[in-house]
Design a binder for this molecule. Structure first.
Ligand SMILES: *[C@@H]1O[C@H](CO)[C@@H](O)[C@H](O)[C@H]1NC(C)=O
Ligand SMILES: *[C@@H]1O[C@H](CO)[C@@H](O)[C@H](O)[C@H]1NC(C)=O
Length: 213
């Protein structure tokens, strides 16, 4: 069964602090990276807006907006994932789905050619930030998800991908320690903390260049 392709990359993780606009290509409607399926839409970015308070040491505010040069056409391969309302919370234990083309094993190896996905429960910030886990490195702008026994997780190459809960992108794959380790769930940028910033940023660009955007 083919997985529904996700419209990834509307929200991209900051890949590098100085990431050049020219080095990004947004692809919608992709499933297999190794074959051309005819469903792909490739679009260049027009503007990238990293979060002004992104901290590469702590990974705090690990979020970036990308305005595309051209529209993406919605069809059965490309659809919209909604954003949560500002400040919306998702309770511990709620199941969410993360997707990506990242490593399927903590030791790396070959990356998968097709989009992979896994369902994971939300871990409370209290547990995730405790001395048994990330020991104080979790900020209020982060969200944790994973099983207490580990085994299922996002991994290298999944960064920037969506963590979807109740049909909304509550998280963006950000960081972790290893992959699938029992003690360390995956850490995500908590999108609901940024909804106001996202809306304000989009609106300010529209109002600044309201002719041909
Ligand atoms: C990043 O966070 C660390 C720890 O809070 C802080 O010491 C540092 O100054 C911050 N860096 C930037 C660029 O804000
Ligand atoms: C995580 O723990 C550190 C150290 O105790 C604390 O400064 C920080 O506020 C905690 N994060 C959250 C979201 O409570």
């Amino acid at each position: 069964m083919e997985l529904p392709s996700l419209l990834l990359c509307v929200l991209l993780k900051v890949l590098a602090v100085n990431c050049e606009v020219e080095n990004i290509l947004i692809v919608a409607g992709d499933y297999s990276l190794s074959i051309y399926e005819g469903t792909e839409q490739e679009i260049l970015p027009k503007i990238v807006v990293p979060h002004p308070e992104y901290n590469s040491t702590t990974n705090n505010n690990d979020i970036m907006l990308v305005k595309l040069k051209a529209p993406v056409y919605l069809n059965s391969y490309v659809s919209i994932a909604l954003l949560p309302r500002h400040g919306a919370t998702i309770p511990e234990g709620r199941m969410c789905r993360v997707s990506g083309w990242g490593y399927t094993s903590p030791s790396g190896g070959q990356i998968p050619s097709t989009l992979r996905t896994v369902k994971l429960p939300i871990v409370s910030t209290q547990k995730c930030n405790s001395s048994e886990s990330f020991d104080g490195d979790i900020t209020e702008n982060m969200l944790c998800a994973g099983y207490s026994i580990g085994g299922k997780d996002a991994c290298q190459g999944d960064s920037g991908g969506p963590l979807v809960c109740e049909g909304r992108v509550y998280g963006i794959v950000s960081w972790g320690r290893g992959c699938g380790e029992a003690q360390y769930p995956g850490v995500y940028a908590a999108v609901a903390k940024y909804r106001r910033w996202i809306d304000n940023t989009i609106f300010s660009y529209y109002s600044r260049c309201n002719n041909h955007n």
